[in-house]
Design a protein around this ligand. Structure first.
Ligand SMILES: [Zn+2]
Length: 412
């Protein structure tokens, strides 16, 4: 196949994931369709396929309505929020001090100012959970409020949305919704001390989801190639991260007749955009004691953006192998970009696995598109994913015979 053929294949796969299937939140039917597609493709390409299954919920938003003082306000359902149909009062808080000893029984608690300045880390988030945020969460849950409303500014670097959800947590006990600062201000002005009415409609049903693991080659040392397959419900999760999944599928296609190089394991990880990272937790659990086998971990996320360059960054990789990576990447026009500390490769890095991340150089633009309705197939250039796949295949070939981890500190 020549480059045009691969571009056509990449485009078909991208459109299947983004347009035929659509947004792929963990636990949804669409998410299952995507993992089935990936699984069948890996098998077709001669990879041995395994599924790492976990329980989860299929959550759906059915809209939120807020009325007070005869006015209707624009509000958005907090992701994973429970339902509520409430009538009662309004209580305000802007600082954590305001929350201490607050009594918001029979009321909706409106948080704004510094309390609503950033998203709170989910209660059971496994990889990072600062003390002061845990304290805020417990004060909110202990407030007695019937629901939490957050009035927020914008947070472009997180999700490109104004307003943004302060609470994104299926384990948070109180129903919650969010609105802009100006709608929050209007609510405070219009609220006349009488009845406020808040109706949050959502549904949540038990479901299952899985990581899909495709493996080629013998036991022992391996190159681990990962991309997250889940998305948020906004848009169709094209740059975040159907693009990465398409790149993995192309690599599988290119490697199907090849026996060269170390063992290759490809994982469609299911949870990067979920509040509790369930797929990432399962992946680490399944790899307990085996991470030292990984010659190089490669994460593809946010790659293939139409504008600017495709970029890579390296973490804990020794000099010799850094040169090999740079060479393989530059041969396909992929430049060295900024360090990027989020993303699934950070799990590998934290566990001493040398890692390569492949994304797009215009990270700020990507962050404003990801998690928004703008994240649709048009933002991705399928041919750029072909270049990524070729670069990765070339790199894997050059790691051939690399019988030890390429991070000197972990080659014990
Ligand atoms: Zn994301």
């Amino acid at each position: 196949m020549d480059r045009d053929d691969y571009c056509g294949m990449a485009e078909t796969l991208l459109l299947t994931l983004c347009d035929s299937i659509g947004a792929r939140p963990v636990g949804s039917r669409e998410n299952r369709e995507a993992t089935e597609l990936f699984s069948a493709w890996m098998e077709e390409c001669g990879f041995k396929v395994a599924h790492q299954v976990f329980d989860c919920f299929d959550w759906k938003d059915h809209g939120t309505v807020l009325e007070a003082g005869g006015e209707v306000f624009e509000v958005f359902t907090g992701p994973w929020s429970a339902e509520v149909d409430f009538q009662g009062g309004l209580v305000l808080a802007s600082t954590r001090k305001d929350l201490e000893g607050i009594d918001a029984r029979d009321a909706v608690l409106l948080i704004r100012g510094e309390l609503a300045a950033e998203s709170l880390v989910p209660k059971n988030f496994p990889f990072y959970n600062p003390e002061d945020q845990r304290k805020t969460v417990s004060l909110l849950e202990g407030s007695g409020a019937s629901a939490i409303l957050a009035a927020t500014g914008c947070k472009m670097e997180i999700n490109g949305a104004c307003p943004f959800p302060v609470i994104e947590d299926g384990d948070f006990r109180l129903p919650n919704a969010y609105m802009t600062e100006s709608e929050g201000q209007r609510l405070v002005e219009m609220y006349d001390g009488g009845q406020l009415s808040l109706r949050i409609s959502s549904s949540s049903s038990p479901s299952r989801a899985c990581n899909v693991v495709g493996r080629k080659g013998g036991p022992g040392h391996r190159v681990l190639l990962i991309a997250h397959i889940d998305s948020r419900s906004e848009g169709s999760g094209a740059i975040d991260n159907a693009a990465g999944i398409v790149a993995l599928m192309l690599v599988a296609e290119m490697l199907q007749d090849s026996d060269m190089g170390p063992a290759v394991e490809m994982v469609a990880v299911n949870g990067e955009d979920h509040y509790a990272n369930p797929g990432e937790v399962v992946l680490l659990r399944e790899n307990a004691g085996l991470l030292g086998d990984i010659v190089l971990g490669i994460n593809i996320d946010g790659a293939g953006y139409r504008h600017g360059d495709t970029a890579f960054s390296l973490y804990g990789v020794d000099e010799t192998h850094t040169a090999i990576v740079k060479d393989s990447m530059s041969a396909y026009g992929i430049i060295e970009g900024d360090q990027w500390r989020q993303g699934d490769h950070s799990l590998l890095v934290q566990n001493g696995v040398p890692a390569l991340a492949i994304t797009s150089a215009e990270l700020v633009e990507i962050m404003s598109i990801a998690h928004s309705p703008d994240d649709v197939s048009d933002v991705v250039d399928p041919c750029r994913l072909v270049d990524v796949a070729h670069a990765v295949v070339s790199l894997i070939g050059r790691l051939s015979g690399a019988g030890q981890a390429i991070n000197p500190s972990s080659s014990d």
